[in-house]
Ligand binder design. Sequence first.
Ligand SMILES: [Zn+2]
Length: 255
Amino acid sequence: MDLLYRETLNQGARKVNARNEFIYETDTNNRTVIPYNKDWKRLLIQVSGGLDSALLLYLTARAFKELNLSVEILPFSIEIPTKAKNLASARKVIEVVSGLVGYEKIAKGIEVVMPEEDCKPPRKDAFFDRLLSDMLRNGEVDFEFSGNTKNPPESARSEFPNDHARQLARDARTSVYNADVSASPHAMNDKQGIVYLYQKFGILDSLATHTLSCDMDIAKIEELNLEIPCGRCWWCYERAWGFKANNLEDPALAK
Ligand SMILES: [Zn+2]
């Protein structure tokens, strides 16, 4: 038993364990695991404006406040000019989370616009990795979080018409850690669990409303004359499943 303490609140089961992880459990045996260290000066969190990273920022700030840490949280957002997702959602998410949690140490976010020539994979990932590793190596930040989740179970994905477009590495993660100084705290949680935590903390209307998960190219949206969110990219199907699995409507679609 490695728990320092465990408490169950009506806002969700949470526990802090001896490995310095603050854990949020879901009703489907998934969990979001927030590593922490009181000696960190600054933690970078990738905030895309999507559902997952918005919750990650919220849960991290909430955990740090409860743990009485004074670690600065630095939101980090990238504008990819070819994508529907944009900095407006990320900015709104940071503003709303700061107001909701009241953790004093959420810094003004860093925003980077990705050059057009770097917008396609694999250059897209390389651009991002280079920026992050520079900041970690220079000591500007001590650790970094990304909001990557686990993929939905196969039984749910089999209903998606475009499931081949998923990120395969997310099918079977066994740890939230990516490297010594990098973690994806939602890696053992899926969209059903993400939406569950939004509901448990009562932040569907205040926070989820402002998020955008669509990853369709703007050019494609215009070509097909679609709305944003497009409703047909893999990420739109994943998000729709997350709400449906909790018998909830997506508040962002009701706007
Ligand atoms: Zn979409």
